[in-house]
Ligand binder design. Structure first.
Ligand code: C2E
Ligand code: MG
Ligand code: MG
Ligand code: MG
Length: 284
């Protein structure tokens, strides 16, 4: 075994792997009670129009305030929740809470401009038979119009999707709910396939924005993004970019014709009050 041959380094690696497994197990078993105890909370990150810097909406991003480990990001627990099925009640809570919050902003925001709320859906939620009924129910109870809700589904969740999987998304789209293809460009989906999907927004993955970090930006990266944007627009899809960290990136992306952007340059995910003050300030 490598461990015997390699000495301490491997023992250390094993110990770390064991510890990670124990933590993972602990987090997994703690998940259901955490939901009951209200340990989850949502941060909101604004989505901004690249044209004029006004706030278009916000993405809801869930966090877990764990009594021992502190605040955990979704990458630490969403896969576990997905694995155990807790993602269904957790996702329902996120939807309900963020739709309620969006409706509150809508009512408070004096000029009543459209404000969108983006909510992530995991593959298990997508397969859940009550997805459409529950979404309709949440919207009706909150009073938020369906057109203000955007559900984000990752490109990888839809790769090879058959009609059974697409049907609920089509129903939601027909009601006016926007469907966004999240992390676009990281999967290997066939671009021609886009026509078949009931999506109205492409969210370009952060990896594309990263390629623009250098000065001057990598011309090949720019060409690729330009190509995706023009294809998306010809299919009547709006383009959002994630991970905008600098003003230079924002300017490039605006020039290329991307519609909206999200990233630390504008604001990190934060408490709901933050979005409200941005709305009142009109532009980021
Ligand atoms: P995502 O949907 O692609 O969300 C964007 C992620 O990029 C967020 O990470 C956000 O904090 C981060 N981000 C935003 N701007 C920047 C930037 O300028 N630079 C960098 N480096 N990062 C930026 P976060 O909050 O850790 O969420 C990670 C993923 O967890 C999300 O990726 C989403 O797939 C998943 N997730 C979050 N909330 C939920 C939820 O309620 N349900 C489900 N099913 N998944 C969720
Ligand atoms: Mg997302
Ligand atoms: Mg994304
Ligand atoms: Mg992403």
């Amino acid at each position: 075994r490598a461990k015997a041959a390699g000495g301490n380094r491997f023992q250390l690696a094993d110990a770390e792997a064991d510890e990670r497994a124990i933590t993972r197990h602990g987090l997994t078993t703690a998940l259901p009670a955490a939901l009951d105890r209200g340990e989850f909370f949502i941060e909101y990150q604004p989505l901004v129009h690249l044209g004029d810097g006004t706030v278009h909406g916000a993405e809801a991003l869930v966090r877990w305030c764990h009594p021992q480990h502190g605040v955990l990001g979704p990458d630490r627990f969403i896969p576990l929740a997905e694995h155990t099925g807790l993602i269904v009640p957790l996702g329902r809570w996120v939807l309900e809470e963020s739709v309620r919050q969006a409706n509150f902003w809508q009512e408070r925001h004096s000029d009543g401009g459209p404000l969108r709320i983006n909510v992530n859906l995991s593959p298990t939620q997508l397969h859940h038979p009550r997805l459409v009924a529950e979404t309709v129910d949440v919207l009706e109870r909150s009073g938020l119009e369906p057109g203000a809700l955007c559900l984000e589904v990752t490109e990888s969740a839809l790769i090879g999707a058959d009609d059974d999987l697409l049907k609920p998304l089509r129903q939601l789209a027909e009601m006016g709910v926007d469907i966004a293809l999240d992390d676009f460009g990281t999967g290997y989906s066939n671009l021609a396939n886009l026509r078949r999907l009931p999506v109205s927004v492409l969210k370009l993955d952060r990896s594309f924005t990263r390629g623009m970090q250098q000065h001057p930006a990598d011309p090949v990266d720019l060409k690729i993004v330009e190509g995706i944007v023009s294809l998306a627009h010809s299919l009547e899809l709006a383009v959002t970019v994630e991970g905008v960290e600098t003003g230079a990136q924002a300017e490039q992306l605006r020039r290329i014709g991307c519609d909206t952007a999200q990233g630390w340059y504008y604001a990190r995910p934060g408490a709901p009050d933050r979005i409200q003050s941005l709305l009142l300030a009109d532009a980021v």
